[in-house]
Every structure is written in C-alpha cells, then in structure tokens.
Ligand binder design. Structure first.
Ligand SMILES: Cc1cc2nc3c(=O)[nH]c(=O)nc-3n(C[C@H](O)[C@H](O)[C@H](O)COP(=O)(O)O)c2cc1C
Length: 206
C-alpha cells in the first residue's frame, strides 16, 4: 500500500490506517513535514504542562547504522529515512520548570510552578522522578505516531534496543529515559491488519 492518502487524515482515519511499517520508500524525509510532525507531537498534554519529552532526529546514515546495531540489528532503523528518538529529560524539566508555566499566569504562575515541582519531586531520587517524566513522554510518543500518520507518513514504535548504547551514540545524559525509537517515512509494505482485544474484553462499564 504505497498510494498516498489525501492529507491531513482525520483522527479516525489516522488511527485506523496506522500500523507498524518496517520497509520504507527510499527517499529523504520532507524537512517541513518532519518539523510539522514534531510540532504537532509537542502539543501533547502533560501533568502541570511539564513537557518532559525531548526528540533526537537522526537522518545521518552513519548514525542510523549505529542505532541499528544498538537495536539488535533491526532493519527498519536504517531502512527508514529518519529515526526520531523520543526520551524524557526530567532533570532538564526541573531545572527549567518556570518555562512551562502558562504566560497568562504571570510571575505568580512561574513561582507557583517552581514551588509545586520542588515540593513533589525534590525528595524523589533521579530514577523515581525520571519514571514520572517518562509517563508524560509516552503521551507525546503516541501523539507523534498519529501526527505522522495524519500527514501520510508511517512509523514503527520500538523499544527493542539497548538504552545505554543509544545514550552513548547520541551523547545523552545517563538520567534520560526512552519512550522509544520511531523510524519514520513512507510505507513500502502494507504491514499487518490490526489484531486487538474487543472493547468488551478490555472495558468494565459502571
Ligand atoms: C512501546 C513499543 C515497543 C515496540 N518495540 C518494537 C520493536 O522493538 N521492534 C518492532 O519491530 N516492533 C516493535 N513494536 C511494534 C509492535 O510489535 C506493534 O505495535 C504491535 O504488534 C501492533 O501492531 P501495529 O503497530 O501494526 O498495530 C513496538 C510497539 C510499541 C508500542
């Protein structure tokens, strides 16, 4: 299924047509589209608007090859024109937390944001608050996949890699936590049809 869709897809179309794609058309990413997908993902919500997610975009073939090695040789890493590495950096979030207060709240909002975060996270260790940061970054990871699909791009979320190796390749600090790697491009295969639990299996109505 390499035919292009009329874009932007609506939300239902994007969700229905997203599937993991591991073979891509061999052409570079349109850089404007790439930025727009990242911008849309940045609109994800987060608790206290903390925006713990960070993106590393890898398009250099040599760096992609290193990522592939860190990902147990999984071919989609080099087959895709770009790989977006999504991680949370809770320490950067805490250091710059005033920036996440809404400007409409003024100086009081900035001070309040600092107080809130110091109270909640000040007594937690780096790993514990890093886990909280990751729970926020995972929301952006989901948004990123659907934003890509909405602009007729395809992706495959990946957690099959060695985090320490990816940190070393990208020069990321030890404390960051990964939502995942996301190879992205135009599909050159159909992927698998959805196979999911029924709503009844998953849901209890009260
Ligand atoms: C967090 C996460 C990690 C995943 N890791 C990998 C991976 O390392 N390699 C891979 O080929 N697929 C990976 N997948 C893709 C899943 O196998 C796939 O999403 C699932 O089978 C459902 O298929 P679909 O995405 O086509 O709907 C991952 C998916 C998620 C959400």
């Amino acid at each position: 299924m390499t035919a292009t869709a009329t874009r932007p897809l609506n939300v239902t179309e994007a969700i229905e047509s997203r599937r993991s794609i591991r073979k891509y058309v061999q052409e570079p990413m349109n850089q404007d589209d790439l930025r727009e997908i990242l911008r849309l993902a940045s609109l994800a919500p987060s608790a206290w608007n903390a925006q713990t997610w960070r993106f590393a975009v890898v398009q250099d073939p040599a760096v992609k090859a290193q990522l592939q090695e860190a990902a147990y040789g999984q071919g989609q890493v080099t087959n895709a024109p770009a790989v977006i590495v999504v991680y949370s950096d809770m320490e950067d979030t805490l250091q710059t937390v005033e920036d996440t207060a809404h400007p409409g709240m003024g100086d009081a909002g900035r001070t309040g944001q600092r107080t809130t975060f110091d109270n909640v996270f000040g007594h937690q260790d780096v790993a514990q608050r890093g886990q909280w940061g990751l729970s926020q970054a995972n929301i952006a990871f989901g948004f990123l996949m659907l934003a890509a699909r909405g602009l007729d791009y395809d992706t495959v979320p990946m957690l099959g890699f060695q985090p320490d190796k990816v940190k070393a390749i990208l020069g990321l600090p030890e404390h960051v936590q990964f939502a995942g790697l996301l190879p992205i491009g135009k599909r050159a295969e159909d992927g698998f049809p959805h196979h999911r639990h029924s709503v009844e299996r998953l849901t209890t109505f009260y």
